[in-house]
Design a protein around this ligand. Structure first.
Ligand SMILES: [Zn+2]
Length: 138
């Protein structure tokens, strides 16, 4: 083992950053097949057939992201109020859609990033296929 960080050949695969930003399949095909709709993963890649349901990303990113975005939005709202003191409806009109967009966009990116990272590292349940005859010689 040369480095231990990347045991698999990574040629042809999209980078984790690209896969996260555009919802790309982490396998060689690199097509935009990761999301079925909104923030819902597709069950498998429509092009190469990679089974996305093997990867368990979980709800880890959701809580973390919501807290961060909430803090950022409150800071921005306070700043706007101090700087320009707009009427209240401006805040309602501005921050509600902006927060939703930030949460949905952030969730897509973070979930895709986690899945791509899991694919790279073959983490968790992803290795539990019985037909695999390669075993971990750690
Ligand atoms: Zn694919």
């Amino acid at each position: 083992m040369p480095e231990g960080a990347s045991p698999q050949e990574t040629k042809g695969q999209p980078g984790i950053r690209q896969a996260a930003l555009f919802g790309l399949c982490p396998q060689q095909c690199g097509e935009k097949t990761l999301f079925a709709s909104g923030i819902q993963f597709a069950s498998r890649c429509r092009v190469c057939g990679l089974d996305y349901s093997r990867f368990n990303v979980g709800d880890g990113p959701a809580g973390f992201l919501t807290l961060i975005i909430g803090a950022v939005m409150v800071a921005l709202a306070i700043w706007l109020d101090v700087a320009a003191s707009p009427p209240f409806w401006v805040h309602a009109l501005l921050w509600v859609p902006l927060t939703i967009a930030a949460v949905v966009g952030g969730l897509r990116v973070s979930k895709a990033a986690l899945l791509a990272a899991e694919y790279r590292n073959r983490a968790g349940e992803a290795v539990s296929t019985s037909s695999d005859d390669e075993d971990s010689d750690a």
